[in-house]
Ligand binder design. Structure first.
Ligand code: ZN
Length: 90
């Protein structure tokens, strides 16, 4: 299960804003990417797709993504775009 949540701080800032804030707060330069995103649904789809493509995972066909809504205390499954199998060339 991949679960992201609404009202995530990673959605409120850009990578640059977050890095600057951490640098100021810690008095140390910070340049790591923390995974900021704008659309939580697309972020979940990207996470699921990344895991599906990770060949070391055994049960990649069972990976599903969910969005936890803090306001309603509910979990909703994120529908993945349907993958159309490619026909073999020739
Ligand atoms: Zn968060």
């Amino acid at each position: 299960m991949v679960i992201r949540h609404t009202e995530c701080a990673l959605q409120r800032f850009t990578e640059t804003q977050l890095a600057e804030g951490i640098s100021i707060a810690t008095h140390h330069p910070f340049t790591e990417l923390l995974g900021c995103f704008t659309d939580p649904i697309e972020a979940i789809r990207d996470d699921v797709q990344r895991l599906i493509e990770y060949k070391s995972l055994v049960h990649r066909d069972k990976i599903r993504g969910f969005l936890y809504d803090l306001a309603t205390n509910s979990l909703a499954e994120v529908e993945m775009p349907r993958v159309v199998p490619q026909k073999p060339a020739g």
